[in-house]
Design a binder for this molecule. Sequence first.
Ligand SMILES: C[S@@+](CC[C@H](N)C(=O)[O-])C[C@H]1O[C@@H](n2cnc3c(N)ncnc32)[C@H](O)[C@@H]1O
Ligand SMILES: [Zn+2]
Length: 261
Amino acid sequence: MARSVNEMLCCPSCKGELIHQADSKADRLNHDLLSCSKCDVSYRHFGGYYDFLGGEGLVFKNRREKFFRSVLAKVYTPLTNMMFLLCGGPKSARNEVMGRLRVNDGDTVLETGIGYGENLLWLARRSAGLQLYGLDIQEEMMSHCVSNLNRWKINSELVRADAQKLPYRDNVFDVVFHLGAINLFEDKGLAIREMIRVAKPGTHIVIADETEKAGRLFNIFTGSAEKVVPPVDLVPAGMKNIALSTIWRGYGYVIEFDVAK
Ligand SMILES: C[S@@+](CC[C@H](N)C(=O)[O-])C[C@H]1O[C@@H](n2cnc3c(N)ncnc32)[C@H](O)[C@@H]1O
Ligand SMILES: [Zn+2]
């Protein structure tokens, strides 16, 4: 049975309990706020999701990257599909990652860095009764995602949050995956540990992003000079069956492992 949103969520900073403002007698009008009394902070529900970031968001290395990312947020699907042509076509590129998930009907699934929500559509077409959860750091991505999921009639619970600071309780997801942004994260190890924290023991975790071969192309647009190193060494000791493979005709990598039981 689906658990209520608040049963899944926690404060992203202290991981403590969140209280619906309406539950306190203080202000019954603020029923769309979740508050952490320990951190003395409230998170607002607006536009179809709880926003755990407020004024925070993606940090850009330079103006060129900011411009490139804002264009990408506006035309994400056609641009990604074009880029996926290099990787064997959009369908096969997505299948190469999504096909590695181990999903059963009724599972509780989390994607970090959800973009326009296309992976949730992929999942909803293949498995029944999934409880779908997703988050993204960019407001623009979130609003496209909300309207796509409404149009596709897919039920999901979205939040705006940072993949390195998840607002979910420990051990609540059967499936946890990430596709397409970990190369940019400031603390990739923390993002991986957060995915592990929220996953149930035994969960098969899948993390994919571009390799250096694609990174060199991206750097032309973003002005960045960073080299891509798949963060497989940051998977904590104790995880099982850790594997790194190359996908997308060499333009992508996937890291997979099982959370220790
Ligand atoms: C290349 S897109 C991939 C979207 C989606 N996973 C897909 O397969 O279509 C990467 C997404 O990650 C998001 N992102 C970047 N940094 C993030 C972070 N620290 N936390 C959460 N999302 C982040 C971006 O806003 C963007 O929507
Ligand atoms: Zn807190």
